[in-house]
Design a protein around this ligand. Structure first.
Ligand code: AMP
Ligand code: MG
Length: 280
């Protein structure tokens, strides 16, 4: 299982020691990887539909996929290429930007709780509550002791979610600073990508060591048994998309949603159609 390759070991985290361009747990190259993702699509679709059906039949379980990573690490790409393999009706994507004034007036988890997936849905967070211990820490938006409190609050929330039947799959998309530079340059080269370019991305890039340190602490402090972190090498987009897909598949398999029993008398309904007067 891919999880064994990507699951972050407990204890202190050194991101410079974890690869950004490897393909752990997958032997093939790019074309095999793209094929594998396509094949995964039908399996993901089937599992998602079962979960959705369960939710429509009184089930309360759901899945939350948390995507974190530096700018250009491919959070949006995973949504487009992996999450999009399943029926969009079963997906709830939330992208978290800087908090609004209203959001700032509440605890940092307020907006997160409001965005949690409904029963039967796969929720996807493109950035998440982790920004509140990453950018908030690096840019000094809150006091250090508030950051400390937040790690615990996050762990409590995630444990609560699992207890209610919503596993939280946390993926850190790990790119190298060189790869990010290439990707940012590409955005500047392409007029169709200019809208994505934000000068703040270069400011953030210049704080790479600070972000790395903040990530290392956040990953270590929130790498719990109930909601472990997966560090996904993300320099190769095809591998990143496949790896998150496999992790999501395995999370859904583990959840094991089954088709709900019909609450109608199937035979009686079949007879109604077979015996009906012609309809025109
Ligand atoms: P993007 O993902 O490129 O659309 O950018 C979203 C921006 O929102 C990033 O610059 C994040 O750092 C910022 N952001 C997200 N969550 C928070 C937060 N809780 N506090 C401050 N900034 C945030
Ligand atoms: Mg950005």
């Amino acid at each position: 299982m891919i999880a064994e390759h990507l699951r972050l070991s407990p204890g202190p985290v050194d991101l410079t020691a974890l690869p950004t361009d490897a393909t752990p747990g997958f032997d093939g190259g790019k074309s095999e990887g793209k094929e594998a993702l396509e094949e995964l699509g039908s399996e993901l679709s089937d599992l998602q539909e079962r979960l959705y059906a369960e939710g429509r039949s009184g089930g309360t379980r759901s899945v939350l996929l948390v995507l974190q990573g530096m700018d250009t690490s491919g959070k949006g790409g995973v949504v487009r290429h992996t999450v999009a393999l399943v029926d969009p009706q079963g997906i709830e994507v939330t992208a978290f930007g800087p908090p609004t004034e209203e959001e700032l007036a509440h605890d940092f988890l307020w907006r997160v709780r409001r965005a949690l997936p409904a029963p039967g849905r796969i929720g996807v967070f493109d950035r998440s509550h982790y920004e509140d211990v990453l950018v908030a820490k690096v840019r000094g938006l809150v006091e250090a002791d508030e950051v400390e409190r937040r790690y615990d609050a996050i762990n409590e929330l995630e444990a609560e979610l699992l207890a209610q039947g919503t596993p939280v799959l946390k993926c850190f998309l790990h790119i190298s600073p060189d790869e990010q530079r290439e990707r940012l340059l590409k955005r500047l080269d392409r007029p169709d990508k200019h809208w994505k370019f934000d000068p703040v991305d270069i400011d953030d890039r210049q704080l790479w060591p600070q972000y790395r340190a903040a990530y290392e602490t956040a990953l270590e402090r929130t790498n719990t048994e109930v909601a472990p972190w997966y560090v996904v090498p993300a320099d190769k987009k095809w591998y990143r998309n496949l790896a998150v897909g496999l992790l999501l598949r395995d999370t859904l398999v583990h959840l094991g949603p089954t088709w709900p029993d019909a609450d109608v008398d199937v035979e009686a309904q079949r007879r109604r159609l077979l015996d009906e007067e012609p309809v025109r």
